[in-house]
Design a protein around this ligand. Structure first.
Ligand code: C2E
Ligand code: MG
Ligand code: MG
Length: 318
């Protein structure tokens, strides 16, 4: 085997970046972290705002560690609706961090950090548990929001115990496998190739549905896609945003819908906010939509209210 090795280099200079070896190393480390994030194989010099960021990161990391035991995470639920019938077909579970000083933080603020530090494992497990318990509770209360979709990261998928952990969570929560859908991003699915195929197949065999999230942002091999045991494609929000003005986004959305359908997959568009977007997607025979037009992500209490009032079970009339 021929191996290729690349390096990310972080550089700090004496005396401007630090008066002693400890500080210099710490700043070089922050610069290396940036080099890693800029796609590796490059070098970065330490800067003042990097140091600030590094300090902020360490602080956030400590707080993130405590957030789980302090019960600061909350799961919000967002509706997914069928375009033809207008009916609610499912909910996506989206985590938020109720930070004591910074307020409600969106996942983009802390999921990457949770992934880097390994905290995504306990956090992801907690989200799955919470969502499964919630859907079981809704069923008990005679409320049927459809399947519940939970996001899974690459690290979770890679874990040896992923199948047994999920099975155990379902059992404990009293949640049937076919109430659950797992969303995996296109880039994660493609990155893992053959490895993930096996795991995905096992999940599918147990009756859990699988969706490819953020479709169109990664580099899918169509040959690989064809073999994957997934049932849904989620068109990324970035392609929906400027519809109907942006001709190339319209072309992409149209192509993804046509491709998904020809592969026998259901296609759902993310981030649908406006009637024009909805009309375009309906005309293209997209199956489902998710976005502010169907409602914002809501905490469990408010979602329960919407479900029991039967409002929120249908798309508003255009
Ligand atoms: P995603 O899975 O693609 O989730 C959709 C995101 O789009 C959500 O952002 C949602 O609030 C937002 N959104 C929905 N409708 C609209 C709309 O009409 N307009 C606009 N502008 N945005 C809309 P959010 O909640 O900030 O989540 C961001 C990402 O964080 C998610 O993207 C997902 O990849 C990740 N994430 C969220 N919860 C979890 C989780 O429990 N575990 C993991 N691993 N990742 C999560
Ligand atoms: Mg998602
Ligand atoms: Mg997405």
């Amino acid at each position: 085997h021929e191996l290729y090795v690349s390096a990310s280099v972080g550089i700090s200079l004496y005396p401007q970046d630090g008066q002693n070896a400890g500080i210099l190393l710490q700043n070089a480390d922050a610069a290396m972290y940036k080099a890693n994030h800029e796609g590796r194989r490059n070098f970065q010099f330490s800067t003042a705002d990097m140091t600030e960021l590094a300090v902020e990161r360490v602080l956030m990391e400590t707080q993130l560690h405590r957030a789980l035991e302090r019960e600061q995470f909350v799961v919000y639920y967002q509706s997914q609706m069928d375009l033809l019938s207008g009916r609610l077909v499912g909910l996506e579970a989206l985590v938020r961090w109720q930070h004591p000083e910074l307020g409600l933080l969106l996942p983009t603020k802390f999921i990457p950090l949770a992934e880097d530090t390994g905290l995504i494992m306990p956090l992801g497990k907690w989200v799955l548990q919470t969502a499964c318990r919630q859907i079981a509770a809704w069923h008990k209360a005679d409320l049927y929001p459809g399947r519940i979709a939970v996001n899974l990261t690459g690290n979770q998928l890679k874990s040896d115990k992923v199948i047994s952990t999920i099975a155990q969570i379902l059992e404990e929560a009293g949640c049937q496998p076919d109430w659950l859908e797992l969303e995996i991003t296109e880039s994660v699915i493609m990155e893992q190739h053959g490895r993930s195929f096996n795991i995905l197949q096992q999940l599918k065999d147990r009756g859990i549905e699988l969706a490819i999230d953020d479709f169109g942002t990664g580099y899918s091999s169509l040959a690989h896609l064809k073999r994957l045991p997934v049932s849904r494609l989620k068109i990324d929000r970035s392609f929906v945003r400027d519809i109907p003005q942006d001709a190339s986004n319209k072309a992409i959305a149209r192509a993804v819908i046509a491709m998904g359908k020809s592969m026998g997959l259901r296609v759902i568009a993310e981030g649908v906010e406006k009637n024009e977007q909805r009309a375009f997607l309906a005309a293209e025979r997209c199956d489902e939509i998710q976005g502010y037009i169907c409602g914002p992500p809501l905490p469990a209490g408010q979602m329960t209210e919407r479900l029991s009032k039967r409002s929120g079970l249908h798309l508003p009339q255009t």
